[in-house]
Design a protein around this ligand. Structure first.
Ligand SMILES: C[S@@+](CC[C@H](N)C(=O)[O-])C[C@H]1O[C@@H](n2cnc3c(N)ncnc32)[C@H](O)[C@@H]1O
Length: 263
């Protein structure tokens, strides 16, 4: 694992990521690719690919030979590589992309910018690897009110532990205008913000809980750090807050998305 703060909690299998977050990021990737205007004939880079939610959509639209991806988590890079044969998947971070200058028509980062320690350096790198006039896009969960699963989790956590590290307090770019602001400061042209919405359905509460117990991302890391009695308390609180579901239930998620043109 590279020494990247945000990547330390992403040392997991593709399957466990999917049960926690991939179930949202796969449908999100369809909307994000539409918002960025991905179309046949283009080449694309998926920055912070994880196990490949967006890589899969790009491969389906562009063909594996036109898609590249990178992630600082070796486990995720390997999962993406094995899922999408023929895609050029490298180990690397947004701030120092392991790709050539002026190479891609599309440089996209889905659910990544809030984990990047130097966002301005990352955008500089996006511009460097994009061909002039290419598209640069990023999307992140709206942490104010848009990502129900994480919001419900942190509300339950704060109820039993007021010091719980609610990621909405620290995560960047999840509020309206913040991504566009970052793009404008980096000199990108015509930045445009849109809102992306997805829904995920759980067969039962245990399906949601087991995803959280996989220890992925800030929520999962906090969940598995608790003592068994505290974790049980959190489980009961979350179950209660969700209305004690005894059958399938759905949670929605909203992402802020910005797309712009490389100079
Ligand atoms: C929430 S996951 C999103 C994964 C994937 N893009 C998706 O939509 O499912 C965040 C990803 O960002 C990666 N990451 C963390 N810090 C990064 C950095 N500095 N540069 C690039 N990726 C980073 C993590 O390893 C992880 O795969």
């Amino acid at each position: 694992m590279e020494d990247v703060d945000g990547a330390r909690s992403f040392d997991a299998t593709g399957e466990s990521y999917d049960s926690f977050m991939g179930r949202y990021s796969k449908p999100l990737a369809e909307c994000f690719a539409d918002a960025a205007g991905v179309r046949p004939g283009q080449s694309a880079l998926d920055v912070g690919c994880g196990p490949g939610a967006l890589t899969g959509i790009l491969t389906a639209r562009l063909g594996s030979g036109s898609v590249a991806a990178c992630d600082p988590s070796p486990a995720f890079a390997e999962a993406c590589r094995s899922r999408y044969t023929g895609v050029d998947v490298r180990s690397g971070r947004a701030e120092n992309l392991p790709f050539e200058t002026d190479r891609f028509d599309q440089v996209l980062a889905q659910l990544v910018m809030h984990f990047v320690s130097d966002p301005a350096a990352a955008i500089e790198e996006f511009v460097r690897v994009a061909r002039p006039g290419g598209t640069i896009g990023a999307c992140v969960w709206d942490f104010d009110h848009g990502m129900e699963m994480l919001r419900r989790f942190w509300d339950a956590a704060l109820a039993i532990d007021p010091a719980a590290p609610d990621e909405a307090r620290t995560m960047k770019f999840g509020r309206e205008g913040e991504l566009v602001d970052l793009f404008e400061k980096a000199g990108l042209r015509h930045p445009k913000e849109t809102t992306l919405r997805v829904v995920s359905t759980y067969g039962d509460f245990d399906e949601l809980w087991s995803g959280l117990c996989a220890g992925i991302g800030p929520a999962g890391t906090y969940c598995v750090s608790l003592s068994a009695p505290m974790r049980n308390l959190l489980r009961s609180r979350l179950f209660h807050d969700l209305g004690q579901p005894t059958a399938a239930f759905s949670l929605s998620a909203v992402a802020r998305c910005a797309v712009a043109t490389a100079p």
